[in-house]
Design a protein around this ligand. Sequence first.
Ligand code: 13P
Ligand code: SF4
Length: 336
Amino acid sequence: MKDINIGSAISDLKKFGFLNIEPNPDLDLFSEIEKLKKEKNAVLLAHYYQEPDIQDVADYIGDSLGLAQEAEKTNAEIIVFAGVHFMAETAKILNPQKKVLLPDLNAGCSLADSAPADLFKKFKERYPDYLVISYINCSAEIKALSDIICTSSNAQKIIESLPAEQKIIFAPDKNLGAYLMKKTGRDMVLWNGACMVHEIFSQEKIAKLKVRHPNAKLIAHPECEEHILRMAEYIGSTTGLLKYTETDSSKEYIVATETGILHQMQISSPEKTFIPAPPDNNCACNDCPHMKLNTLEKLYLCMKYEMPEITMDAEILKAAKKPIERMLSISKQYGL
Ligand code: 13P
Ligand code: SF4
C-alpha cells in the first residue's frame, strides 16, 4: 500500500491540522521515525508520562528538569517534543533559532491552565517585595512574570539557595508549594492551582490496597495532595521515583503519579511489581489526558511534515528565558 498523498495531506493539514489524516497502516512507524530523525537531524525528547511506544522510540526520556537540560544542550536542528505544551515551549525558549515540534498542539496542562497570566499579574502586584518562584508547569507568560523557574527535582534546593529573609510567592501548584513549605520551613505565598491527575488519588482505596499488599511501598509525586503525601514512604519527581525503585530493596510499589512512569520502572526492575495508585472515582483514571493526546501516529506525521511547530512572541520568549536560565544555573551549582 502507498504512503499518504503528500499534496492532499498538506492541504488537509492546512485545513484541519492533523485531525483527518492517518499514516499508511502498513508503515513500520518505529523505523520511519528513526529514519526521519537521521534525515532531518532531529532529536526526540519524551516525558515519562508519554505512552510506552513513544518512550521506546525517544532519544531521551526524562522528567521536566532533565528534558529542559537536554533541550539546552542539544546540537540537533529540530527538537521534537513528546510531552505537553509548556515543555515544548520551554525547549523553544532555550532554542529560539531552532524548530520545536509538538505532535499535538492541544496537549496542554490543567496545572498551567490554573494560572492565567492576567490574574497572576494582579496577584503578584499585591506582594511587591516578594520573589516569584514558578513551577515549570506554567505558560511562558507566567514564566515571564517570574524570577526563578523550578521543577519538582530542584525546587527544594532553589528555595534553600535564597536568603532566609527573602519573601517568596510560589506558583502555580499549591500541593507542591505546601510540601515545599514543610520541607524547607519557609512560609511562602501560594497560588491556588493544582494538577487534575495528582488530585485524583483515593486515600481510602490506597489504604485498602495496602492491606492486600502489605509489603508494597507507597511512592508519590509531590503534586499529590497532603493526605496522600502523608501516607507515602518516598516522595519525589518522576526521575526521583524511578531511581528510588531501582535502588530500594522492596519488591512491590503503589505508585501515586501518572501511569506512564510505570513503563520505565518495569524496564529497570522487571522482577518488581508496580501498582498504579487507585483514583477516587470509577471512571477518571490517573492517565494525563493532555500527555496522552500524543500518539506514535501523530509523532510520525509531525516529524514528516514538520508541524505543528511551537511559535512564540519574541518579547515573552526573552522575558521567560531569564528565570529558566537562573534555574538551570542553580541546578548546575548543586549538581542536579
Ligand atoms: P516532573 O517531570 O518534574 O516529575 O513533573 C511531573 C509532571 O507533572 C509533568 O507534567
Ligand atoms: Fe499537567 Fe498534571 Fe498532566 Fe503534568 S500530569 S501535564 S501537571 S495535567
